[in-house]
Write a protein that binds this ligand. Structure first.
Ligand code: APR
Ligand code: PHB
Length: 396
C-alpha cells in the first residue's frame, strides 16, 4: 500500500493531522497499535486553548465540543491559606479556555475519520520506519496477524513519548533536552460535583493539588505524590482527606470538597523533554513524539494541536505550490512555541509543587512569586497569556 503521508499513532496528534490533511485533499493512513476502546478511554488532559478550539471547529470536529464543553474565564490560585483568581479575558484581550476532555476530542476525531477520512487502522503496531533519508520512506507494521508495509511520501511520527518514529533518526542527528521532576501526580476521576466552577491550583507544604472537572457531575483531581507511588496505597478516603488538607477550603469559604466514588485512579510521572530537530529527511515528529511537558500548564494537547496545524499547512503548501519552504521550516516554527510552553509548564510546576528537597528559603520564594501574581496585573497577565495560549499565526 502507498500513501502520501503515513501517520504513526492515533492519538490527538495523528487523528487531527489526518483530519486536516483530508480537508486539504491530501491522502494519509493512520496506524494505531491499540484498539479503539483503549484509545478513547485513555484519561489524559482536559483544557483546550482558544486556538485549539478554533482548529477543531474549522476541521468540522467542534459540534459536540460546542454543546458540551465548559467555558472558563479564569483559574483560582490557593496559597498560604488564601485564594486569588486570575481572570483571563481582562488580561489577554478576551481569550479564555474550555474544559473538554482529551478522550472526547479523540472520540470526535475517530468518528470523523472512520466516517469520511482515509484509513485508520487499529491494532496496527509499527515496528520500524526505513528510508527516512530517501524520497520513499517505508513503514513496517503488523496488522491482522500479518507483517505489512506502507510506502509513503512522508512519515509523521505521532506515536508519543514511547513511540518508534524517533528511532528513524540516526544517533547524533537529533538532541533530546530533558528534565525529570522529583514527584508525580496521582490523578482521579470521581462521581462528585466539582468543588468550584473553575480550576483550583493549590500550593501547599504538604504538596501540590489541582481541582479540575469533566462535567457538573464529574471531578478530575490531582495530588502531588512521590515518584514510584502505587495508586493502591491511596484508598478513596485517604485521597479525599489529603485533598481537603491541601486545598484547606474550610477556613473562610466554608467549603469542603464534595466527595463521591473514585472511578479511575492513576499515577503519572512529571517530565519535560524536547527532541530537536522535529524532522529527519522525510520523517517528521509531532506532539508527544517530539516533546513532553509536565501537565501543570495544561499544554500537552494544545502543543500537539499546534504542531499538526503547522504541519498540515506545510503539506498543503507543498501540494498547492510545489514549494517545500514551509515544510523545511516546520521544526524551527514549532520549536519556538514548544520552548515557550516548556518554560511556562516548568514555571507553573516549580512554583506550585513542593520539592521534597526544597529549603524553607525556596518555599518563601514560591510564596513571593504567587504573591506577585496576586498583586501585579503584569505578572498575572504573563500567566494568563501563557495559559490561554498564544494565537496560531499564519505560519505558526
Ligand atoms: N505503532 C502504532 N501506534 C503507536 C506506536 C506504534 N509503534 N507507538 C505508540 N503508538 C500510539 C499510541 O498507542 C497512542 O495512541 O501513538 C499514540 C500516541 O498518542 P499520545 O501519546 O496521546 O500522543 P499525541 O497524539 O501526541 O497527543 C499528545 O496526549 O499524552 C498526552 O499529554 C499528552 O495531551 C497530550 C497528548
Ligand atoms: C485536567 O483537567 O485533566 C487538567 C487541567 C489542568 C491542568 C492539568 C490537567 O493543568
Amino acid at each position: 500500500m502507498h500513501t502520501t503521508v503515513g501517520i504513526i499513532g492515533g492519538g490527538p496528534s495523528g487523528l487531527l493531522l489526518a483530519r486536516l490533511l483530508h480537508r486539504a485533499g491530501i491522502d494519509s493512513v493512520v496506524l494505531e497499535r491499540r484498539d479503539r476502546v483503549f484509545v478513547e478511554q485513555r484519561q489524559r488532559a482536559g483544557i483546550l486553548e482558544q486556538a485549539t478550539v478554533d482548529v477543531l471547529r474549522e476541521a468540522g470536529a467542534g459540534a459536540r465540543l460546542d454543546r458540551e464543553a465548559l467555558v472558563h474565564d479564569g483559574i483560582e490560585l490557593r496559597f498560604d491559606g488564601r485564594s486569588h483568581r486570575v481572570d483571563f479575558p481582562s488580561l489577554t484581550g478576551g481569550r479564555r479556555v474550555v474544559v473538554y476532555a482529551q478522550t472526547e476530542v479523540v472520540k470526535d476525531l475517530i468518528a470523523l475519520q472512520l466516517d469520511e477520512g482515509g484509513p485508520l487502522l487499529f491494532d496496527a503496531e509499527v515496528h520500524a520506519v526505513e528510508g527516512a533519508d530517501t524520497d520513499r520512506p517505508l513503514i513496517r507494521y503488523s496488522h491482522e496477524g500479518r507483517e505489512q508495509t506502507l510506502s509513503c511520501d512522508y512519515v509523521v511520527g505521532c506515536d508519543g513519548f514511547h513511540g518508534v518514529a524517533r528511532g528513524a533518526v540516526p544517533d547524533g542527528v537529533s538532541t533530546t533536552f530533558e528534565r525529570t521532576y522529583p514527584y508525580s501526580w496521582l490523578g482521579i476521576l470521581a462521581d462528585a460535583p466539582p468543588v468550584y466552577d473553575e480550576l483550583i491550583y493549590a500550593h501547599s507544604e504538604r504538596g501540590f493539588a489541582l481541582a479540575s472537572m469533566r462535567s457538573p457531575a464529574v471531578s478530575r483531581l490531582y495530588l502531588q505524590v512521590p515518584n514510584g507511588t502505587d495508586p493502591a496505597d491511596w484508598p478513596d478516603d485517604r485521597i479525599w482527606d489529603e485533598l481537603d488538607a491541601r486545598f484547606a477550603l474550610r477556613d473562610g469559604a466554608g467549603q469542603r470538597l464534595k466527595r463521591g466514588p473514585v472511578t479511575q485512579k492513576s499515577v503519572l510521572p512529571m517530565r519535560s523533554s524536547v527532541t530537536e530537530p522535529m524532522r529527519y529527511g522525510r520523517v517528521l515528529l509531532a506532539g508527544d513524539a517530539a516533546h513532553i511537558v509536565p501537565p501543570t500548564g495544561a499544554k500537552g494537547l494544545n502543543l500537539a494541536a499546534a504542531d499538526v496545524v503547522v504541519l498540515a499547512r506545510a503539506f498543503a503548501h507543498l501540494k498547492d505550490s510545489g514549494s517545500a519552504e514551509l515544510l523545511d521550516a516546520y521544526s524551527d516554527t514549532c520549536l519556538r512555541r514548544v520552548w515557550r510552553a516548556e518554560h511556562f509548564s516548568y514555571f507553573m510546576t516549580s512554583t506550585l509543587h513542593t520539592d521534597p528537597r526544597q529549603s524553607p528559603f525556596d518555599t518563601r520564594l514560591q510564596l513571593s512569586q504567587l504573591e506577585r501574581i496576586a498583586t501585579s496585573p503584569h505578572a498575572a497577565a504573563e500567566l494568563a497569556e501563557n495559559y490561554t495560549g498564544l494565537p496560531l499565526g499564519p505560519t505558526a
